[in-house]
Ligand binder design. Structure first.
Ligand code: 13P
Ligand code: SF4
Length: 354
């Protein structure tokens, strides 16, 4: 076995969840338990939210700042933001922002991405501890070693990676455009896909391309199991099922899929729910999206298949920390110039592909 071979998923595991089959590396389990040991931070006293929100909006005006929030953020943080969206939309908004400061209510790889795409702007992350178990599953040294084992392969990295990993990559993608990115690469070129194995296995299935896949996972989505989905499907037989491709259940769900199952990014879920004629949706992703779905499609019903699917990292951002971030200019994100220059190539390809 190669030095990094234990990290790779083979096509033969595509039909089953590698994690549920016990094939996931032990370090992934260790990362998950570390992440799960982080308590979900208390949001603060809801009675203070209106005054804090007013203070934040005033500070944003004074500081010429735009506030971007991911759909997994707390409801009150989403409500105070200028824009709420998925990784792809927020990357595009960061690249096009007219303001001199971007406050990123999300996790560190998202703030780094904004800084790389808008290097002359100040990018603030309200809590530096807002990390990502998926981004932690591969570092630049591991990627260099993996590339050395597969000379000539094209490297496609999910956006949930560090800037140093992006700098070693040919393309980045998000769940919103991963399929289009893979399909844009000539069919005769071998592809290394990292770091999410469930997204990789799904891409392999929908594109018909053989991918060499890194065995990384997000502890939140890996915890959404086929049994959760089956139970709700039984209880809500008329509902449509919307599944994020990072979910541990994606492969099994697709095995039994009918017309009522859709594998979508978070933004894709919002757009789909707004347009669909159905009135009930089962949602398989982090529960923060429920706030956005309820706002965008207020007459429809959204049922989380796993109410415990909470990203502790996303929930580190509170209204108080957003206020402090704007007021005190904390915490500015910096990416070394040489790393940013290399990572930008992969990111610019990502935002240019639909
Ligand atoms: P999206 O690309 O759908 O926003 O997902 C990002 C993420 O962190 C999922 O866990
Ligand atoms: Fe990372 Fe998972 Fe949290 Fe998304 S939900 S930021 S992939 S740990």
């Amino acid at each position: 076995m190669s030095s990094t071979g234990r990290h790779e998923a083979d096509a033969s595991v595509a039909a089953t969840s590698a994690a549920e089959a016990g094939a996931a590396e032990t370090s992934a389990a260790a990362r998950a338990s570390t992440a799960l040991a982080i308590p979900v931070a208390p949001p603060g006293d809801p009675a203070t939210f209106p005054a804090l929100a007013a203070e934040i909006r005033e500070l944003a005006r004074e500081r010429n700042a735009v506030i971007l929030a991911h759909s997994y953020q707390r409801p009150e943080v989403q409500d105070v933001a200028d824009h709420v969206g998925d990784s792809l939309l927020l990357s595009r908004l960061a690249a096009a922002a007219r303001q001199s400061t971007i406050v990123f209510c999300g996790v560190s790889f998202m703030a780094e991405t904004a800084k790389i795409l808008s290097p002359t702007k100040t990018v603030l992350l309200p809590d530096l501890a807002a990390g990502c178990s998926l981004a932690d599953s591969i570092d630049a040294d591991q990627l260099r070693a993996w590339k050395a084992e597969h000379p000539g392969a094209v490297v496609v990295s999910y956006v949930n990676t560090t800037a140093a990993v992006k700098a070693e990559s040919d393309y980045c993608c998000t769940s919103g455009n991963a399929r289009a990115v893979i399909e844009s690469i000539p069919r005769d070129l071998p592809i290394l896909f990292l770091p999410d194995m469930f997204l990789g296995l799904w891409l392999q299935r929908v594109t018909g391309r053989k991918l060499t896949i890194w065995l990384g996972e997000c502890h939140v989505h890996a915890g959404i199991r086929a049994a959760d989905v089956e139970r709700w499907h039984r209880d809500e037989p008329g509902a449509e099922l919307l599944v994020h491709p990072e979910c541990g259940c994606t492969s099994q769900v697709l095995e039994a899929a009918g017309d009522d199952v859709h594998i979508l990014s978070t933004e894709g879920m919002v757009t789909y729910a707004e347009r669909s004629k159905a009135d009930t949706f089962l949602i398989a992703t982090e529960v923060g999206i429920l706030h956005r779905l309820a706002l965008k499609a207020p007459t429809k019903r959204f049922v989380p298949v796993n109410r415990e699917a909470i990203c502790q990292y996303m929930k580190l951002i509170t209204l108080e920390k957003v206020r402090d971030s704007l007021r005190d200019g904390v915490h500015p994100i910096e990416v070394p110039v040489d790393v940013a220059a290399k990572a930008r190539r992969a990111l610019e390809r990502m935002i240019s592909i639909a």
